[in-house]
Design a protein. Structure first.
Length: 111
């Protein structure tokens, strides 16, 4: 299994914790039970603040996470839902920054 260092500090605030819970609830669409378990384990570790920049992460799990970050950033920030609560828009911005950092760090493995 290919792995890469996570590479960033990921802020866990109320928005992030809530979205991570939502991501866990939506893992039923991941076909592979093994991949689903590894992704849920990663998300739980992220929520518990045990994922550090130096933590090795399975590349397929990292790809799922980066895709989920982009999706939430689109929904909560990029699609212009400015009427939403300010913490949701700010959370979408935070997820977009994390997405961009991870994408820049992991260009080769995310391509």
């Amino acid at each position: 299994m290919d792995q890469a260092k996570f590479g960033i500090r990921f802020t866990i605030n109320q928005y992030a914790y809530s979205e991570i819970e939502n991501l866990i609830e939506c893992t039923d669409n991941i076909e592979s039970p093994n991949q689903r378990k590894r992704y849920v384990d990663f998300l739980n570790a992220l929520a518990c603040k045990t994922i550090k920049p130096s933590t090795l992460v399975d590349v397929d799990v990292l790809k799922l996470f980066v895709g989920d970050l982009k999706n939430r950033a689109n929904i909560d920030y990029l699609e212009g839902h400015w009427d939403d609560e300010p913490h949701i828009v700010a959370g979408g911005k935070m997820f977009l920054r994390a997405f961009n950092k991870l994408k820049a760090i992991h260009q080769a493995v995310l391509a």
